[in-house]
Design a protein around this ligand. Structure first.
Ligand code: 3AM
Length: 192
């Protein structure tokens, strides 16, 4: 075990009904992409908060404790969220079809800021220069896939009702031929 490392990130989990809406929204787009897009697994749809990269497995326990401290044992709520516009990322040469997240009360930005500060203080996270852009990746461009025809089209807007985040989860990303598989290592629920 000693010396083993894992690719880690921390994400906000979405309510099941919002995941279901995203799955329904992307279904015709996957067909229209002519196999250029590979869907993210239904249960893995999330909003990345902090990407930590390769970390020692020994860091999992203190990371889980740091996340529990930031979410204050389930007393933090992240409400006022809504799905926003479809967004191809990176903008110039897209690797992923995403949906932007609207953060109407600033609760998500506050949580992300607090988490980034705590994880940076622990030496697990290098704060990024670019501003935090909350989004849900719904599909990735397959190797050799060309989504340009789809990217030129105006995509339908996803449903826009308000919802609250479910939980903050520490994920391990297992990279593989068929795309990454995400394993939840620790989860802190949020107040509903
Ligand atoms: O699925 P999303 O877009 O939320 O793009 C990667 C994915 O984000 C992102 O971390 C999530 C889990 O893999 N990611 C991968 N490498 C990254 C890096 N070097 C990164 N984010 C920032 N910097």
């Amino acid at each position: 075990m000693e010396g083993q490392r894992a690719r880690l990130f921390v994400a906000l989990d979405l309510p099941a009904e919002v995941r279901a809406e995203l799955i329904a929204w992307r279904a015709p787009l996957l067909v229209a992409s002519d196999a250029a897009l590979r869907p993210v697994a239904d249960e893995a749809l999330h909003v990345t908060l902090c990407f930590l990269g390769q970390q020692p497995l020994a860091a999992v326990e203190p990371l889980a404790a740091a996340i529990a401290e930031v979410t204050a044992g389930g007393s933090v709520a992240v409400g006022g969220l809504a799905l926003g516009a479809p967004l191809w990322l990176p903008r110039r040469r897209p690797h992923a079809l995403t949906v932007a997240l609207r953060d109407r009360d600033g609760a998500l930005g506050a949580l992300q800021g607090a988490l980034a500060a705590a994880l940076a203080a622990g030496g697990w996270f290098a704060p990024e220069e670019r501003p935090y852009l909350p989004h849900v990746t719904v599909a990735r461009v397959r190797r050799g896939g060309d989504p340009r025809a789809l990217a030129r089209r105006e995509l339908p807007a996803p449903p826009t009702h308000a919802f609250a985040g479910e939980a903050v989860t520490l994920y391990r990303s297992h990279l593989g031929g068929g795309g990454a598989r995400y394993e939840a290592l620790a989860r802190e629920r949020l107040r509903r």
